[in-house]
Design a protein around this ligand. Structure first.
Ligand SMILES: Cc1cc2nc3c(=O)[nH]c(=O)nc-3n(C[C@H](O)[C@H](O)[C@H](O)COP(=O)(O)OP(=O)(O)OC[C@H]3O[C@@H](n4cnc5c(N)ncnc54)[C@H](O)[C@@H]3O)c2cc1C
Length: 548
């Protein structure tokens, strides 16, 4: 995948996407699949913002049934199966345990009824080539079984529980990247670190964007008859470039996650705070991931960071309903957070943001504001992004005056997803590569799927075959793959979004220096730049990603 803004600015295009989160990534892929000349610019790295801030779940969302959002739940459950089908290395079933308590709305009859409905709405879940990856059915549990399965659950008032299944993403960052790689493979022109500073307008029409190369400072004009604003929590700032002061304001709601020592066994545990908000304790790379929160954020999205106060509040909430965790600030290895954009007129401003819908929105500004060539999209859930892209591209083709091409993204595997049955894929890998350990084979298979051979081929070089950090079965070759084929531009791109080395907050200094050397040699960093890159990663690791 080559980053070439000059070429992008000189190419005739049909559509330009502004924003490289999962919404933009899925959209540019669908556009390229339909044979459109498509481009995407992202001001930072692909998937660094909201798309990196998820609970890493591909889920129907049991709790939305309570708001009677059957359409949203059904669509999400359908998309869950599709993501399992097109990216089976990155999306797989995970058991969820819901403890039920007497005298609360989390009681056994309520949960049982919800599970039954959820099961009915996922009626097509068996339509998978690999039946071993099929999402199993739910089952109800006695109090004794709940405590045997997850001994940390609070026994006070416990009446029983249930186990149901949804899916977990091994790496949301790499799943976003899979869509980007797929689009680039089909000829889409894509650049990260390319920021839209203003839109090009002619009469009542948007005809392109002025794009600044954040790495070199140079600017260029990229022209396309349709420009799509997929800027997530920045969508109102981008639409303001087109509409002036008439922008549609967004409400931004922040959600944080904490990663700490394991306090659960094998299930994600579904809990409810005293204030009535659901959250999860999720098994994550040998640790526990807790998420998420939902409070209104008033600042500029560029300035958003996880705050110490938000961490302390969440620790208190966890200890109140899962007291066996006895969680302290010192237990936290890593934190991350992000902003959900919520459309202001969709919900009463006074309504709690937690209760706002997770539906997506597509605005054709020709209809709304008499401005042609400009569409704004607000993503609802990571899970439904592929479907959102399908609906969006039908609109884009109509606006281009083309017949609508049948969408193929629900069937065609993503670049890493084409490997057949998971179990056979692992067995075949072990047979062909007996020299690497089972844990590294598993890690590379999860990270790259069918593309793992690209990384394995690099292991012939002794320097690249070494593990970077004993805690992570990731070879140095993964850092080189990130720079040479996955458009990583900074050490943070490599550590967090390509290799996942930093996702648990545990990475030693020597490993970081080794990655910086490998990247620096290929990206032409001098000693000062290499040190700045190392410092920026170390600062985040030292603070557990919490604002100072
Ligand atoms: C705390 C939290 C937990 C969540 N958990 C889940 C979950 O478990 N499962 C699920 O399905 N969904 C979940 N979601 C929802 C999901 O994360 C979002 O629906 C999805 O990531 C939205 O993606 P996006 O591409 O629209 O936005 P983003 O990922 O924010 O992408 C927008 C991009 O636009 C870029 N951009 C902005 N301005 C410009 C500009 N001027 N020029 C160029 N680029 C620009 C930004 O840099 C950014 O990368 C969660 C959301 C939050 C906040």
């Amino acid at each position: 995948m080559k980053r070439d803004l000059k070429r992008m600015s000189q190419s005739p295009l049909d559509v330009l996407f502004i924003g490289g989160g999962i919404t933009g990534a899925a959209a540019v892929y669908d556009a390229a699949q339909r044979g459109l000349r498509a481009a995407l610019v992202e001001k930072h790295d692909f998937g660094w913002a909201t798309s990196a801030a998820t609970s890493k779940l591909v889920h129907g969302g049991l709790r939305y049934l309570k708001n009677l959002e059957f359409g949203l739940v059904r669509e999400s459950l359908r998309e869950r199966r599709i993501l399992e089908l097109i990216a089976p290395h990155l999306v797989y079933p995970l058991p969820f345990l819901v403890p039920t308590y007497r005298g609360t709305s989390n009681n056994l009859p309520m949960i049982g009824a919800g599970m039954l409905l959820y099961e009915l709405l996922s009626y097509d879940k068996a339509r998978l080539a690999d039946h071993e990856r099929q999402v199993p059915s739910f089952r109800l549990l006695s109090k004794k079984t709940v405590l045997a399965e997850e001994p940390g659950v609070d026994p006070t008032g416990l009446s029983g529980g249930a186990i149901y299944y949804d899916c977990q993403m091994h790496s949301p960052d790499r799943l976003t990247l899979e869509f980007v790689l797929a689009a680039a493979g089909l000829g889409a022109q894509i650049a990260n670190y390319a920021q839209v500073d203003s839109l090009l307008k002619e009469n009542d029409r948007v005809v392109g964007a002025r794009v600044r190369d954040v790495l070199s400072g140079e600017t260029c004009e990229v022209r396309a008859p349709i420009v799509v604003n997929v800027a997530g929590p920045w969508a109102d700032f981008v639409s303001e470039m087109a509409l002036g002061g008439e922008k549609k304001s967004l409400i931004r709601s922040q959600g944080i996650h904490l990663i700490f020592r394991p306090v659960i066994k094998n299930h994600a545990v579904v809990l409810r705070t005293r204030g009535g908000r659901h959250f999860f304790l999720i098994p994550w790379r040998g640790l526990t991931l807790a998420g998420t929160t939902d409070t209104r954020f008033e600042g500029h999205p560029d300035e958003y960071r996880v705050s110490r106060a938000a961490v302390d509040d969440f620790i208190r909430e966890i200890n109140e309903v899962f007291p066996s965790a006895q969680l302290k600030f010192e237990d936290i290895c890593w934190t991350y957070g992000g902003l959900r954009p919520i459309v202001e007129d969709e919900t009463d401003v006074e309504v709690e943001v937690y209760k706002a819908s997770r539906k997506y929105e597509i605005y054709d500004h020709a209809r709304e504001d008499k401005l042609e060539g400009f569409v704004t999209v607000i993503g609802g859930k990571y899970t439904t992004s592929r479907r959102l892209a399908e609906t969006l591209l039908d609109l884009v083709e109509k606006k281009l005056g083309r017949a609508v091409t049948p969408c193929r993204t629900a069937r065609a595997p993503l670049p890493g997803g084409d490997f057949g049955r998971w179990r056979d894929f692992l067995t075949e890998g072990a047979r062909r590569h007996p020299e690497i350990g089972a844990d590294m084979l598993q890690q590379l298979s999860l990270d790259y799927g069918a593309r793992r051979e690209n990384v394995l081929a690099r292991l012939a070089d002794e320097r690249l075959a070494k593990r970077l950090d004993e805690r992570h079965p990731i070879p140095a070759a993964a850092a080189v793959e990130a720079v040479e084929t996955e458009m990583a531009q900074t050490l943070q791109d490599i550590v967090w979004r390509r290799t996942g080395l930093g996702t648990t907050g545990q990475l030693d200094e020597a490993a970081l220096a080794a990655v910086a050397s490998l990247a620096g040699e290929r990206l032409g960093w001098d000693a000062a730049r290499r040190q700045r890159e190392i410092d920026s990663v170390q600062e985040r690791l030292a603070t557990h990603n919490i604002a100072g």
